[in-house]
Write a protein that binds this ligand. Sequence first.
Ligand code: AMP
Ligand code: MG
Length: 404
Amino acid sequence: MTGSVHPALMSLETALERLLELAEATPISERETLPLGEARSRVLAAPLVADFDLPPWPNSAMDGYALRQADWLGEPLVVSQRIFAGQAPEPLEAGSCARIFTGAPLPEGADCVEMQENVEILADGRVRFLQPLKPGQHVRPQGQETRQGETVLNAGTRLGPVQLGLCATLGVAELQVLRQPRVAVLSTGDELVEPGQPLGPGQIYNSNRRLLCSLLEQLGCEVVDAGILPDDLALTRTKLGELSAVDLILSTGGVSVGEADFLGQALREGGELALWKLAIKPGKPLTFGHYQGVPVLGLPGNPASTLVTFALLARPYLLRRLGVAKVTPLQFQVPAGFAWPKAGTRREFLRARLENCTAVLYANQSSGVLRGVAWADGLVEIREGATLVEGQPVTFIPLSELLL
Ligand code: AMP
Ligand code: MG
């Protein structure tokens, strides 16, 4: 059963739609050329088009013998040449076969390969083929993977290890990519102390800074670490003003209801501000605004909320500024290993693990608990208004998706 969003709250879909519109209005389009080895996590600025057929020539998929299928008459054939990978073969002598190894070019005149397990080698060195052969068998034809002129990767593709490997198969040594987004990370809170410093009374360590800086680095951003900002209006103004050269200021904390709202106040004076109460849990309060033209996204301060809002909103926003089409994380259905008898007014993103392909929950779902996120394989989504009995399907978003 699913219900609708509480009228005072904004649905996740609406928030994402608005953020993506804002992102599309301010695309990052400056390009740079990078060697393949430095292009990881970047976004392709121009389509990758194949300059040649891949494979460039027909080759053997097996260790065995290459021959012309029509020459197989049940009679043994002499071996007229040996062809290893990396060698250029001679045309095949009529009525003979060639010893051939995986990846070696097929000699002109051959049209099939028999694997070595299916032949008998006679005392005089001739080879008897034990089974009938089909033209093309165990041959990787020219252009099987890609034809010259085909677009292999579209502009806007994120370059992970596999995409980079694919570029290498086409002999590409350099890529045109978009410049990195520059993102400033700002941790607000008088209570925050950096690891390595002693904790005073009432103080806690700043975990969001490391969390966000690492997530952004993974995403291919240039991180401007803006440190800790005390809860103070004048300091907030000064700090925001200093960050005029970034593409996004990503802050945490200071957006909970009831707290002196320094970020909001500074944005109201120095630009524009939208305060959103999202129908999600964790992660209800979210700020989006501009300070002197620079976009500011204020995520909630509780670390699990920071992670969830980064994954569902900040990451898609940044990817869309780079023109990436698919920005929302992969998700799939798994059976719930728990019951959810009481419907909520906000969509829950519960920290969960897959055990025997079934989602089980971390015992403590408090938004301040980062340990549960570290324990989890992913987030289970339970829609607002929904109830569940154990075994019913739920949506699972693997956390590994967010770390790509
Ligand atoms: P706030 O939105 O500033 O009221 O913060 C909500 C909760 O998150 C409070 O318990 C804060 O102490 C905590 N918090 C805020 N920022 C951080 C941070 N950078 N690292 C760890 N906890 C934080
Ligand atoms: Mg605070």
